[in-house]
Design a protein around this ligand. Structure first.
Ligand code: NDP
Length: 326
């Protein structure tokens, strides 16, 4: 019987490299041969066991996959189709992507944009999709490049790097907040115009209404960083909040919302409806220059996953890491 290597969590704690068989694959109507996966903050939490991501056991880790349909009981997909899957509870409630073959539900799959190779689609992955979902929210709330500076927090991370690149490419004046001054050159190459040290927003929570600076914000950090960013957002500006790298608390007042009409928009990529994903992937295919995407990307091997999981939680990962599963 075929065996596939897989990082599996068998009880609360870290994932271990083991092998699974075809008979171990979960229910689903499409089987995918996985070529590449990626590394996200959530993968770090899951693989190290430092976050309670898996809701049942055994659970294969990995939230993103790019691959080829091997078998399908769905009329929507046929063997040979090139697909991408991010989120939808992979590694939480459904076995995930850190393996070479997985069975999934057909409605979770998105056709891989032709302009993106499997590896590049995983350079985007959940983090890149989330960044684009944030940008779509800024656009939907009419934040325009002419409106002024746009802030990206956690800028050197995966979501942050892609957000900086997309926004700069669209002509926004991007200010990058980062705790790593050594990434300034890298962020400048992605299009960031200026920088804020992470401690400026991430220190104490300041006054509820601070001088207005940001037309829009993409926040991956949460906590005091998000609260201070909201307090500095311009009249009717929009803040897209997607992350908690600095904490999941929100010690805020309602004043920016009721006196400045600031919009705080939550962004979730996991259960995001398929039609929104398709639009986001279309925009990623058209609005993220491949040379810029390649600047953000590092490709690493399957055996490196445990160390990479530690690294991303420690804030040592720059940009996006693609996992070569084969
Ligand atoms: P990364 O680890 O790649 O990036 C996070 C960045 O946040 C780091 O690079 C660092 O940026 C900054 N950071 C880390 N620790 C702290 C801290 N203690 N205080 C302030 N800043 C910090 O992770 P991802 O880009 O994959 O994810 C970013 C966040 O977005 C995570 O919280 C993740 O859970 C969330 N997320 C949410 C999704 C959703 O669907 N809502 C989907 C994907 C991610 P720098 O070095 O520049 O300071």
């Amino acid at each position: 019987m075929d065996q596939f290597p897989a990082y599996v969590i068998t009880e609360p704690g870290p994932a271990a490299l083991t092998s699974v068989t075809e008979a171990d694959l979960p229910d689903g109507d499409v089987t995918v041969d996985i070529a590449y996966s990626s590394l996200n903050f959530k993968d770090g939490l899951s693989v190290t066991g430092k976050g309670k991501i898996a809701r049942r056991f055994p659970m294969t880790a990995g939230i993103d996959l790019a691959g080829t349909v091997a078998a399908s009981d769905s009329p929507d997909w046929k063997p040979g189709d090139e697909v991408v899957l991010t989120g939808w509870g992979l590694s939480e409630t459904h076995p995930g992507a850190y393996t070479t073959r997985q069975r999934v539900r057909s409605e979770w799959l998105v056709r891989r944009p032709e302009s993106l190779s499997p590896a590049r689609s995983m350079a985007i992955g959940t983090a890149g999709l989330t960044a684009m979902l944030c940008v779509l929210e800024l656009e939907a709330h009419r934040v325009r490049p002419a409106d002024g500076e746009v802030l990206v927090t956690g800028a050197a991370g995966g979501v942050g790097s892609v957000a900086v690149a997309i926004l700069a490419g669209l002509g926004y004046d991007v200010v990058a907040s980062t705790g790593r001054p050594e990434t300034h050159e890298y962020l400048t190459s992605l299009g960031a115009k200026s920088f804020l040290d992470r401690t400026v927003l991430g220190g104490e929570v300041g006054r509820p209404l601070q001088p207005e600076r940001w037309a829009g914000v993409v926040d991956t950090v949460g906590s005091s960083t998000l609260v201070n960013a909201i307090a500095q957002t311009k009249y009717r500006g929009t803040v897209a909040a997607c992350g908690l790298a600095g904490g999941n608390d929100l010690p805020a007042t309602v004043l920016p919302f009721i006196l400045r009409g600031v919009r705080l928009i939550g962004v979730d990529s996991v259960m995001c409806p398929t039609e929104v994903r398709i639009e986001a992937w279309r925009r990623l295919g058209s609005d993220l220059p491949l040379d810029v995407l390649d600047t953000i990307t590092t490709v690493r091997g399957f055996p490196e996953i445990p160390q990479l999981a530690e690294d991303i939680l420690a804030g040592r990962v720059r940009g996006r890491v693609v996992i070569d599963v084969a």
